[in-house]
Design a protein around this ligand. Structure first.
Ligand SMILES: [Zn+2]
Length: 155
């Protein structure tokens, strides 16, 4: 016996059992094969599920992500540890290239801006109010949280 996956013109899928492929062809030609749902004799063979799976298998492999693709993804999406390391490095650069003026930051930033003090990078603390005043005067200020580890002397 042969099992064929069949479908009628209305898309009803069903199985047909035949002695052979020839027997199926003959019965189909004589309109002896009917859809069990709508009785239509306009029936055709459809690819069987197992054959579909087999034909899809070789195509599935190339679409899987290659190791190179995974590496690129890792570069585009740094891990938390990598981000922390970048942040620490940036903070160290900042500490190395700025003078800590502490709570005199707003005053010192203003003096530098109006060229009353040597031009240099400074860091310190400001209140939100002081910061808003500096921005109103056109003085560039940005916040960067400095981890304690960045303040420690480099080895
Ligand atoms: Zn049908």
């Amino acid at each position: 016996m042969k099992v064929f996956d069949l479908a009628c013109e209305h898309g009803h899928a069903f199985e047909g059992w035949f002695a052979s492929a020839e027997a199926f062809g003959e019965q189909l030609g004589r309109s002896l094969v009917h859809c069990p749902v709508c009785e239509s004799a306009n029936v055709r063979r459809t690819p069987s599920a197992p054959r579909l799976n087999l034909s899809n298998a070789p195509e599935a492999r190339p679409s899987q992500p290659a190791p190179q693709a995974q590496g690129a993804q890792a570069t585009a999406m740094p891990t938390e540890a990598q981000l922390r390391a970048l942040w620490l490095e940036a903070a160290r650069q900042l500490v190395r290239n700025t003078e800590d003026v502490g709570e005199r930051f707003a005053e010192e930033a203003r003096r530098i801006h109006y060229q009353e003090a040597p031009q240099r990078g400074i860091r310190g603390v400001t209140t939100a109010e002081q910061r808003a005043e500096l921005e109103d005067e056109g003085i560039d200020v940005f916040s960067f949280p400095i981890p304690a580890a960045a303040e420690e002397p480099l080895q």
